[in-house]
Design a protein around this ligand. Structure first.
Ligand code: SF4
Ligand code: SF4
Length: 71
């Protein structure tokens, strides 16, 4: 089953995103954009065609190991 925890939504939706933008350039499909966040700094947002590959989490300082390895 497709899970929602292998992309930046797992970080953003749990309010752990610090807006560092390290993930933006990581997505090999260009599926990440930037939008205004709730706390005064921009946050990443994924496109509909994100395939949950998890690559964007590899450089995320707030991602935990299990979020990267889950598929
Ligand atoms: S999970 Fe993969 S496709 Fe989705 S935003 Fe991250 S790197 Fe891009
Ligand atoms: S790499 Fe992680 S903390 Fe940095 S902007 Fe992306 S989701 Fe947020």
């Amino acid at each position: 089953m497709k899970q929602d925890n292998n992309n930046i939504d797992s970080i953003v939706n749990s309010y752990r995103c610090i807006g560092c933008m390290a993930c933006i350039s990581m997505c090999p499909f260009g599926d990440l954009n930037i939008k205004d966040g709730d706390y005064g700094f921009p946050i990443p947002i994924k496109h509909m065609n994100c395939n949950d590959c998890g690559i964007c989490l590899l450089e995320c300082p707030m991602a935990e190991e299990n979020e990267i390895e889950n598929e």
